[in-house]
Design a protein around this ligand. Structure first.
Ligand SMILES: [Zn+2]
Length: 415
């Protein structure tokens, strides 16, 4: 059953006011700190949400010492379906300042978005094609000096709005809902100290981009370190003796596939990505990451590196290349494909909300992919923000409502 206009306008109102409040809290995480949370300021938003959850009548509210906030909304009377979880992250990316965010909301004329605090900053529909769908609607950005923080405060606001609606409108039947707001997602530590036993088996992260995005696949990820061991000799007497590890490493990189790099691939294409080169004549190190959605493709890439290393050892007598490959994370699809129901329900909820579904594969890993591999199948739902991690970050006001509607309808599917 489609949602009533009254519920829709309540969701819009709730998601917007909450979103504008949350983005003003400074919660940037810090990749240089080896603790959870990486920045104490994430507790400021954690405590604000803790109080709001209490006001909503949620139960078992816990903000723990690592800044994970958990809460439960009991099932509607008479509903006994399986509990489901919704997750979003408290922190914003350290790539751009998140201090003193001043959200700016204005109607979009179809031409360009401009920013009050930086007249040189412009976002056009050519640069961000999704903007075309927002012509005539209200669009929210930062003021031009900071990111906005829709990643992922939109997700938090949408989950909170959906919970508020489930409390206010008893006709919205739902099973037990558990929410978890996590720190440090942007520095890759979002699940570092999570209490898995507090999460139900089936969860969703609300951390994706444009409306309709639904993600249940991520990269299969490997790290490779090749250590080149050469022969160092006085350069004045080196003829036919020296093997310069640094120089040979350079030739090795030159022999790698030029068109399998991040800057030349998209969609479902994989790549090699060099993340570091260091060393000198005697020893030099080449570090890279290897990514693909298909395991055999990554195996082929590693085999290619091994063969290339064999060839270089043959070509430069005395050279030794040590090879070290480490599996970093797995494509969550290996788990998700066993639980098509969880994806189908999300798809059905979006369709019911009138949003065309766009299944996508995440070109990276997410908290949801890690959770999936830890036994909690967790697809990612759209949160609505675009141009994440930049001063141009924007979100259409109606996307906040669409995501909140999706969460309410999805909860109904599990009831
Ligand atoms: Zn995010």
């Amino acid at each position: 059953m489609p949602l009533s206009d009254e519920i829709k306008s309540f969701l819009q109102d709730q998601a917007l006011t909450r979103f504008l409040r949350y983005v003003q809290v400074y919660t940037t995480s810090d990749e240089t700190v080896n603790a959870t949370p990486t920045s104490q300021r994430q507790f400021d938003l954690g405590r604000m949400l803790e109080a709001e959850l209490r006001e909503l009548g949620a139960r078992d509210i816990l903000l723990d010492e690592h800044c994970y906030l958990y809460a439960t909304l009991p099932a509607s009377p008479g509903v006994s379906g399986q509990a489901i979880g919704f997750l979003a992250h408290l922190d914003t990316s350290p790539a751009v300042s998140g201090e003193n965010v001043k959200p700016h909301i204005r109607p979009f004329d179809g031409q360009a978005l401009r920013f009050p605090d930086d007249p040189n900053l412009v976002v056009t529909a050519e640069e961000s094609p999704e903007l075309k769908h927002c012509t005539g609607q209200e669009v929210i950005t930062g003021s031009g000096t900071t990111l906005l923080g829709a990643d992922d405060k939109a997700g938090i606001a949408e989950i909170m709005a959906a919970m508020a609606a489930m409390v206010k409108f008893p006709e919205l039947k739902h099973p037990e809902i558990r929410v978890c707001f996590t720190p440090d997602e942007e520095v890759g530590m979002g699940t570092a100290k999570i209490s898995l036993e507090k999460l139900p088996t089936f969860c969703y992260t609300v951390d994706g981009g444009e409306p309709g995005e639904l993600e249940a696949e991520c990269f299969d990820a490997w790290g490779a370190t090749l250590t080149f061991k050469g022969i160092s000799v006085h350069p004045g007497y080196a003829k036919n003796k020296m093997v310069n590890a640094a120089e040979v490493l350079g030739r090795f990189v030159g022999a790698m596939p030029e068109y399998e790099t991040p800057e030349r691939t998209e969609l479902r294409e994989g790549f090699f990505h060099i993340t570091g080169i260091s060393g000198g004549e005697e020893e030099a190190t080449l570090k890279m990451i290897i990514r693909d959605f298909q395991v055999p493709n990554n195996e082929r890439r590693m085999e290619h590196l091994r063969k290339l290393a064999d060839y270089f050892e043959f070509r430069y007598p005395g050279l030794k290349i040590e090879r070290d490959f480490k599996h970093q994370y797995e494509n969550m699809w290996v788990v998700m494909e066993k639980h098509p129901d969880s994806i189908e329900k999300a798809r059905a909820a979006m369709e019911e909300a009138g949003i065309p579904v766009k299944m996508k594969a995440i070109r990276g890993g997410t908290d949801g992919s890690r959770l999936s591999l830890m036994g909690h199948p967790t697809p990612n739902l759209f949160a609505g923000g675009m141009l994440f991690h930049s001063r141009k970050e924007w979100i259409c006001k109606s996307s906040l409502r669409q995501a909140a509607e999706t969460i309410v309808l999805l909860a109904g599917k599990w009831a």
